[in-house]
Ligand binder design. Sequence first.
Ligand SMILES: C[S@@+](CC[C@H](N)C(=O)[O-])C[C@H]1O[C@@H](n2cnc3c(N)ncnc32)[C@H](O)[C@@H]1O
Length: 270
Amino acid sequence: MNQSGWQLGESTAAGYERHLVPGIFAPWAERLIALTPPRPGERVLDVACGTGIVARTAARRMEDRGQIVGVDLNEEMLQVARAVSGEIRPHIEWRQGAAGELPFPDESFDLLYCQQGLQFFPNWDAALKDMNRLLAPGGRLALAVWRTIDYNPGFAAFVAALEKHAGPETALIMRSPFAVLPQDDLRQMVSRAGLTDVRMRIAVGSARFDSAGDLIDREEQSSPLAGPLGDLDAATREALRTDLEERLEPWTDDDGVILPLQSHFITARR
Ligand SMILES: C[S@@+](CC[C@H](N)C(=O)[O-])C[C@H]1O[C@@H](n2cnc3c(N)ncnc32)[C@H](O)[C@@H]1O
């Protein structure tokens, strides 16, 4: 379980929106929403919304009817969300709050999304119970959680290179987005929270970067790796880049590197 919560500062939150959302999180948000589309008029909550790509993608399907709220622990992420969503209708409300004790009354929402947030929460059972509490009877839940790192071998290579050149603590930051729980445990956890009709799907995708160096640069500009990577001296950074290039050779083509990505999609109903 990850306790650090994947927290970003102001410039990295803007970097997240600029570098990681278009390449990774926006296409996955489309897929999550296609699986569990919002209906016009519904009350929708995006938990651990970050800069709000799921809420913004949901809004496009709601024909300007309904209520959308995004909630996240990180005020810097929320500031970016506010800045990029002013024109969107229905209007999206952005709120600060911690998973497990979200600041809304019982049964406030018809549909709840959480894309790549669960793995960072300090108490998964409490977070899922709280999500169940927030859903109206019959309400729907759609979660996305990356599969364990064995199924995400390009990122496993990045973790290994970080471990060698930047140390285990830095490597752990890159490892933390990947679930430590296998599919059946995740399923049981969602059921334990009181949700029914739990369905698990494996979704396969990829993320492209111009090069191994580009992957390092983007993570530095957009993620909690910013501090530790920024602290590396030039020689160590160069050794990291060269090593990563070698490790990513199986996923290298004329356009750069393509990293396979696999996620769980978990849907359920209250
Ligand atoms: C990888 S980002 C995903 C953001 C967004 N869902 C997306 O798809 O772009 C993880 C988010 O989880 C948020 N987060 C981490 N721990 C949290 C907690 N305990 N409660 C609420 N949000 C949390 C972080 O602030 C961050 O915005």
